[in-house]
Design a protein around this ligand. Sequence first.
Ligand SMILES: [Fe+2]
Length: 862
Amino acid sequence: MPAWNVNVTFGGEKRRRYLKVAVLGLGACIIWPSWPYFVNSATSAPRGEIHSRASDLRVTLPAAAVLDVGSAPAEPSAVQILVPLLCAIIPVAYWWYVLVPFKRRELAASKRKGDMKEYLQDLAIAPAQERKPERWLFDKYLREAKLIEAGEASGLPKAVQTVEAGLQEQLPGGNAQFGVRVSPPADPSMEKAPLLPLPAGESSIAPSWPVVQPPEPAYSTLNDCQTCLRCPSAYGCGCCSTLCYATLGLVVFALFLVLYPFVAALALVLLLLFGWLAGSVMVYLACLRPPPALVWKGAKLLQLTRLTFYQLPKAAEWRVTDLKPKAKLTTGLLQYAIAVRVPFLSEDELYAGGLFESLVRLAPSAEFMTSSMFFSAPPAISSLSSFREGENPVEYGMEVCRDIYPKVVQEWKDKTSDRALAHFCLHGLGAHRLEKADPSLHTGCAYVVRTNQLAALPVRDGFEHYGNDVYFDKDFKVVKIVREEQVEPWEMPRSTTFLPDGSRTWEYAKFCFRSSLFSFVTLVDHLYGCHLQLANVVVQAMREQLSSDHPIRRFLLPFSYGTININDLARQTLVTRDSFVPQLLPLDNEGLQLAWASAYKLLPPEYVLDTASGSEGPMELMETLFDREKVIKRKQEQGLDTSYYQQALRYWRILRKFVADYLDHYYGTGSRGEMALAADEELKLFLLQTVTQLQAFSDPFSTGQVHELWPSVPNSRKKLIFINFLTRFCELVTVGHEQVGQVQAYAQDASFCAFSWSKSLRQEGPLVGPKEVALGGALLMALTSTPMPRLLAQSPTDDWSHVFPAMSEGDRAKIFGDFQSELRKFSTECDEYNATAAERPFPNDFGLWVFNPKFLETSVSI
Ligand SMILES: [Fe+2]
């Protein structure tokens, strides 16, 4: 087993590199403010006068002047020494850090596709007796491009190549310069071997890179500090909290008084040193289009700062008196999508967030963040840098995201084999998109996961389009992958079928499928379906129709926590043209418009109601929309009785019982309870506003038929609809969101899943997304993983039951306690399911994490 190292080295080279940059930066800082002094002192009048008189032979110089010039010791100032020194250092630094790496990248690109490639090809086909010196000189490049296959020469040529290879590593742009240690395999025959051992009988030419578990994120440290300073509980002086806070405040005030002169002096020095630079950067960001790499670095810095000052939500501290009254919310229109409006984040309630959120709320307008005054959209990623053969993409992404990357819950020991593909579709990201295949059209196929719906979306030049449907037999062995090719509108549809023959082409087809599904689920199921449709519409209707003391508004408080804030941030930074997600996708502007406009039709099959048959009326359609148990049972009857749906049904029943118990307690049981529920006017308007605003289902409901039919619906049926409606919302923002948003393991590894990749990857290169996309994908994952309140209370601060109106404390504790007890039992079952995974036969020999309550949060997060 080769000694691959998954940890990035932060010592040695990297420290020296930082030191060099610091010295150069310091030099620049010194010369900048002192330049005028240097110029003035070098051209001052007295010196010029002496020089002038000394050079004029007709003038008789006074003895003092001659003595002054001739015998005075050389006293160059520090500035005079520093300037020529920096004049030498800065060009060298420019050559070392900018010019050479740029030229190396240019050469690498040319070797892949350009003049150098053509030159090497000419050289390779030249007769053996000709162009020998050139062959010797470019021997390494010819071998790397696989243009010659003869054995390597031994002796001096080999020694020269070894020295040259070492130089390449050490020179600017080489790996040694960036502190990334990619240990080469000891044995050349292991070059393409998978990093993780594959199960017996499996083979794959694509390596599976191990998951890297990041350390605790930045916010944990600060929150420990906050807990420590929590007054008065931390000190046990609960008798007088005011005095405790006042004492601490006095200490802070005293410190401020003592430190003020130093802080003010330091601020002034920093302003003098860096003010010009900071001003230039602001002008640059506001007026020009900074390169994507710079934008991503800025995003990382922003998230690091945000997490450092982020306040972990503590449900026990919520106060119902802080809830905002029922009112029409001010909203912003979602770009691209049809008629989707998102409330401004200033409308949110209770959401604490942190320093970042506080500053954003101070902004002069809701659109300030994305206005040109503050943010200039960067150009989309266009230059693509390939990973080298054997270079670890997980390590590459985690080098940048280590401090802000969320915890990775899923365990993937094998990512690229055919077995892993089955696990990906049955237990992973494809589990909710698994469908029965039609065996009359696809012989020997029983199941399918589709992404060819995206195949026709136009992409930018040089990028590969999305697509690929993967078919499995009844035992979940992969049968084939069908790729729909992009054709002109007037051409016949054309598809390519790939068979599991272990070839590179087959591996490419699998990579395309995984990446397409990853992008599909992120864009459609997560961002659109979960955030901007159901969560957005329900929370908006809740705030506009339910009073702050309404029992359902109180019940939904944990499940709607932070939703407005998060969705508005998503609207402004993830959906808007040229923002983070569009930058990473291969789609051009037309492709993005098409994707968003048709997003509701691209949702998973059970979301899209079958209105064409006309067999079900509007009320039945609405019941089917919310009754998850009915949908799951229908799937099981069709033959989709997978572990995913078994756990989904178990969780649904726990959640539904919690909702039903709560409604029974507040409205009463039996016909009296049904009547009270049906008579609740606010609740009725809440439901009707939701169903008419859901874009995906607006067709059957927009005519107002539900409104007309609602009065004639029996009370018992209304109660069932209310129970399923509330349960469906709570289910979707918890496990539904977890299924589509728990993508840490996928986003961490661009060879597992990538948002976009080059078209040329079909023919050549390691099967991994470009470095820019790898970095962007990992950063996007980190940016969109803000912690939310926990569903399963794991500490007293997680208890939100106090927000429920209840007849007595005992009733409240019982409803919440029963729910928590059921969740805890289910969590143990999920743990056991994962612990015994290896004992089960294929394809169920894999874990399921998305339903385990101990990992779930109460509301959506980005
Ligand atoms: Fe999310």
